[in-house]
Write a protein that binds this ligand. Structure first.
Ligand SMILES: C[S@@+](CC[C@H](N)C(=O)[O-])C[C@H]1O[C@@H](n2cnc3c(N)ncnc32)[C@H](O)[C@@H]1O
Length: 274
């Protein structure tokens, strides 16, 4: 099992995953991409929206305003833990959203049943992202809007003197994560292959320039550093000394006020042709 979001409900403790998602939702780059997506979706009252891999439901809740009481929003996620939080959060807003368990690779909705379908940083955790995207297109009516926001972990830059440790970590993480690692940079062509028209794409980077390694286990929203290194070592993908050099160089940079880490996310938007 990879530490992360591919099997949230089987993790011994899902709290760090929830905290990580909440930290990510505060990134300026995420705000920027979500605002761009919302303009591109151009939802109207009465429309039906699906959020695939909706997590804690914050975007589904926000977009429910755009479709109004005559419209409907469905959030699908593979984790009951995430869905429970999403349901709790939507209740006080007075928005009725159908948050339900499901797999992005086999959506339980009819062909052409949605006016819009979005997914954010979820397909990178799905074993077959191409199939997930095909499912999103299938459930869209012709002309319906598709929107996908994804990270490309190939864009991870870490400016520390020990570049060898960074390279070794990134190579090992790419093997561990498989095709989800670089989905962000591939999603535009996957959408073209899936028959999405009128495609537009934008990118936004998140930059970590500050972190207190004595009080925070990892820079906010970044993957959990030590558990990830431990997992790479256990799987024989990274040597223990190299893993230690990697975490130590990040902590050292942060303590010297020299932290500079960045990763880029991409948002792709278009509509179902035909
Ligand atoms: C990084 S979180 C992103 C959540 C949310 N979209 C956001 O942007 O805050 C990834 C989500 O994808 C869900 N997920 C992972 N595999 C899935 C699958 N096969 N089908 C549906 N959801 C899945 C996880 O449970 C998790 O809630």
């Amino acid at each position: 099992m990879v530490i992360g979001y591919s099997g949230v409900d089987v993790q011994p403790d899902a709290r760090p995953l929830i905290e990580m998602m909440e930290a990510t939702a505060r990134w300026p780059a995420v705000h920027e991409l979500r605002a761009w997506e919302r303009r591109r979706l151009g939802l109207r009252p009465g429309q039906r929206l699906l959020d695939v891999g909706c997590g804690l439901g914050d975007v589904a809740i926000a977009l429910a305003e755009d479709v109004g009481p005559s419209g409907s929003v469905v959030g699908v996620d593979a984790s009951e833990t995430m869905l429970a939080v999403a349901r709790e959060r939507s209740a006080p807003v007075g928005t009725s959203i159908d948050f339900r368990l499901g797999d992005a690779q086999a959506l339980a909705f009819g062909d052409g049943s949605m006016d819009a379908c979005r997914s954010e940083r979820a397909l990178q955790w799905v074993p077959d992202a191409r199939r997930g995207l095909a499912e999103m297109v299938r459930v869209l009516r012709p002309g319906g809007r598709l929107s996908v926001i994804e990270t490309d972990w190939r864009t991870l830059t870490v400016d520390v003197p020990d570049g060898d440790a960074v390279d070794a970590f990134v190579r090992a993480a790419a093997v561990l994560r498989g095709p989800g690692f670089d989905l962000g940079g591939r999603v535009l062509n996957l959408a073209r292959d899936a028959g999405v028209a009128d495609l537009e794409v934008v990118g936004a980077a998140h930059v970590w320039s500050r972190w207190n390694p004595d009080t925070e286990s990892t820079p906010p929203g970044l993957f959990p550093l030590q558990p990830t290194v431990d997992q790479l070592v256990e799987r024989g993908l990274l040597s223990r000394p190299m893993g230690t050099r990697f975490t130590a160089s990040l902590a050292d940079a942060a303590r010297r006020d020299r932290l500079s880490i960045a990763v880029t996310m991409f948002a792709v938007s278009g509509h179902r042709a035909g």
